[in-house]
Design a protein around this ligand. Structure first.
Ligand code: GTQ
Length: 367
């Protein structure tokens, strides 16, 4: 992993490393003197800034990740094979990690986010645990499996967006008759960057269900709030934002002509307590691209993971054309201009670390 970090101090400088110690450097022999000096510095765990300055402080972001797409049709059979090899119980979570091709071996799809395809077969239980990384699930296929988050059970369907915030106990189970596959996105690389990860295993398989399906959606997502209760406001109390409830809102926006030239008719998943992002580290959108949509180019500093929910289209990014259809997952790197086109009406889900960048005053966008 380390070797991939650009400009890590201690790396041999490109320009001077190979010029050797003698005076044929067109620099009056100073390169040799410098090299000897760098070696002396190194013994004290010190290094010259001027050699790495352009790498550690580039003029603009140069993402180390690359645009990539996972076509569901291709990867589903391979994900299903895992179901023959290991149980959800033995694996704890039976997940196939999506690794950015430029970040292989690092369990990440972007520098800050982890993504994976989780498979749970009929009758299986993924036992209860909790951890500091926050998770979201975006349901790709299957219907009727559940997740429980801090005692609230939610039954999931394709397109549902489910939150498992930092340190909330969660277990999954499939009481339906079909396999279920969903996309997990976690802020694992971010949490590990700060070296703040904790994990707790429980001895019981399932947590006791205290709250019914959609309790939090009805309680907090109906335009009212329980009066007089104190609760943390930095994250959304809603466990599941069901597709069945979100999809008609996109139609309303599109019909009213509320269509962004870059993003289409787009909603932002919001925390009903303050209107902010659903979590401090990850934020998500759902957008409808009308038939024959030709999006204007856009870029922003948050590398973004997309999922096609409905329709078919393509995204141009970094000289590549990513052609997507239902349940395909693709990723757009930081500060690379992209544009969407869709021949038929399409729906895209997207998620990124934008809330974290905004909280730190770092986020930028441009045309
Ligand atoms: O469902 O709890 O993809 O703990 C990775 C770690 C899913 C989960 C992942 C996890 C989970």
């Amino acid at each position: 992993g380390r070797a991939l970090q650009p400009g890590r101090p201690g790396r041999k400088p490109k320009s001077e490393a190979k010029s050797g110690a003698k005076s044929k450097d067109g620099n009056g022999g100073r390169n040799g003197d410098r090299q000897a000096y760098y070696e002396r510095l190194s013994k004290y765990d010190m290094a010259p800034l001027w050699v790495v300055l352009k790498d550690i402080i580039p003029d603009e972001p140069k993402s180390v990740c690359v645009p990539a797409i996972w076509h569901f049709k291709e990867v589903k059979p391979i994900v299903m094979e895992a179901g023959q090899l290991i149980s959800a119980k033995e694996a704890t979570r039976r997940v196939i990690v999506l690794e950015n091709p430029a970040l292989r071996g690092q369990s990440r799809i972007t520098q800050t986010l982890y993504a994976g395809l989780q498979l749970i077969l009929p009758g299986e239980i993924a036992p209860v645990h909790r951890h500091s990384p926050s998770a979201i699930r975006f349901i790709l296929e299957g219907e009727g499996a559940y997740t429980q988050v801090e005692g609230e059970k939610t039954i999931m369907a394709p397109g549902d967006f489910v939150l498992t915030p930092n340190w909330c106990a969660h277990d999954h189970g499939n009481t339906s008759k079909q396999p279920m596959i969903w996309l997990d996105v976690l802020d694992v690389p971010t949490v590990n960057f700060f070296e703040t990860c904790f994990y707790k295993h429980y001895d019981t398989e399932k947590q006791n269900t205290r709250l019914d399906h959609e309790d939090s959606l009805l309680r907090y997502g109906s335009g009212v709030l329980p009066d007089g209760i104190e609760m943390p406001k930095h994250l959304s109390p809603i466990v599941n934002y069901p597709y069945r409830r979100m999809r008609p809102i996109l139609d309303r926006l599109a019909r009213a002509g509320d269509i962004d030239p870059r993003h289409g008719a787009r909603i932002r998943y919001a925390n009903p307590l303050n209107g902010g992002w659903v979590m401090p580290t990850m934020g998500a959108h759902l957008s409808l691209l009308p038939k024959n949509f030709k999006g204007k180019p856009y870029r922003s500093t948050d590398s973004t993971i997309f999922v096609c929910v409905e329709g078919r289209g393509a995204t141009r990014v970094g000289g590549k054309t990513l052609e997507w259809g239902p349940r395909d997952v693709f990723v757009v790197p930081s500060w690379q201009s992209y544009s969407h086109v869709a021949g038929q009406e399409s729906v895209l889900f997207s998620i990124s670390d934008r809330p974290a960048q905004e909280a730190l005053g770092l986020w930028r966008e441009s045309e």
